[in-house]
Design a protein around this ligand. Sequence first.
Ligand SMILES: Cc1cc2nc3c(=O)[nH]c(=O)nc-3n(C[C@H](O)[C@H](O)[C@H](O)COP(=O)(O)OP(=O)(O)OC[C@H]3O[C@@H](n4cnc5c(N)ncnc54)[C@H](O)[C@@H]3O)c2cc1C
Length: 378
Amino acid sequence: MPTHTDESAALGTLRQEVREFLMTLPATLRTELGGVDTWLSGWNIDFTRALAERGWIGMTIPREYGGHARTHLERFVVTEELLAAGAPVAAHWIADRQVAPTLLRFGTEEVRREFLPEIAAGRCYFGIGMSEPDSGSDLASVRTKAHRVDGGWTVSGTKLWTSGGHLAHAFIALVRTAPLDASDRHAGLSQLLVRLDDPGVDVRPVISAGGHHHFNEVVLDDVFVPDHRLVGEEGDGWMQVTSELSFERSGPERFLSTMQLFEQAMADPAVAENVADVDSGRQLARLAGLHEMSRAVAGSLQRGEEADVSAALVKVLGTTFEGDLAEWIDQSAGSASGVESRTKSLATRGVIQRPGFTLRGGTNEILRGVIARGLGMR
Ligand SMILES: Cc1cc2nc3c(=O)[nH]c(=O)nc-3n(C[C@H](O)[C@H](O)[C@H](O)COP(=O)(O)OP(=O)(O)OC[C@H]3O[C@@H](n4cnc5c(N)ncnc54)[C@H](O)[C@@H]3O)c2cc1C
């Protein structure tokens, strides 16, 4: 893991500012706090706009593109506080977390000017266009194809599991722009920014086992994408996606999805009396370790260092922790009488969501492979 720097007084002050902001929200927004897994499912445009007005979206985007020119560590502090409070941040999450850094590094000037100010203003939302019906873990097998045409590309294929695709304005699709070369499967892939209201785009709901509309299938049928929306260089898609995944995998959302459940359960006497201090202490120690690791990766990203291996490590350990926490509290709440229904409902939700914690953004099996390769073990 990269080394971390101690939190400065300025970062401590920023933490306090976020807490005060959350405590003084209008009642309609305050009632939206306190959920489990809200960074993926808590889509609330009013909250997003309030956050944007405070300058806490697009924090690392330079001022010339409408952002706030702050550091990754400052963004880390703000996001950690929002997640710990179970704030509904899903609308802007993907745009702020991974699309903005990707466009800053690889996007054309035209695309940066078109999208970054809107992202920072909390008005433009993105999905992720990676997975396909037969391509999840083996992402290099994507079959969505783009062909060169006059002034751009036409894209055809199907993306799947697109979180929030029905509410988002755009996604960055990983597509094949050259035929598959069996000796180098990572070659010939590119990233194209596709607006989800463009002609030929059909966003179809995929209803989850819990009855929610969160996922989508996005069918692309000869969708025209102008040249300036090619993100980075043609054929560099794999390298770019790997860099994007460092932002996707390393953040505090990978260990704080069930933080509100932890807080609620420890404040619920029926649960607190039913669990041994040593077990609560163990969970707290895991949380503290993950906080340090994730913060260290934020420092790495700030310095422009490669962080794919350390990000994978944070995601494997973090998502395992948040799932363990849900099951531990669910079991403890199950055997205690007088447990508040809020603890039970958060615990149930945490347990139901658990498989998603480790699947999304790359499964544990795949990430262990990334870590082993990074450490020279395979
Ligand atoms: C809540 C949630 C939100 C998501 N949101 C998005 C989104 O917005 N956009 C998007 O593009 N995708 C999204 N996904 C899809 C996600 O990225 C994939 O589910 C994930 O990459 C796994 O792919 P898969 O589902 O096809 O499973 P598979 O790849 O079919 O894997 C099935 C099982 O086999 C194991 N496995 C596969 N290959 C290997 C191997 N080589 N070695 C060992 N084990 C292996 C896996 O670990 C897994 O346990 C989301 C998923 C979830 C759960």
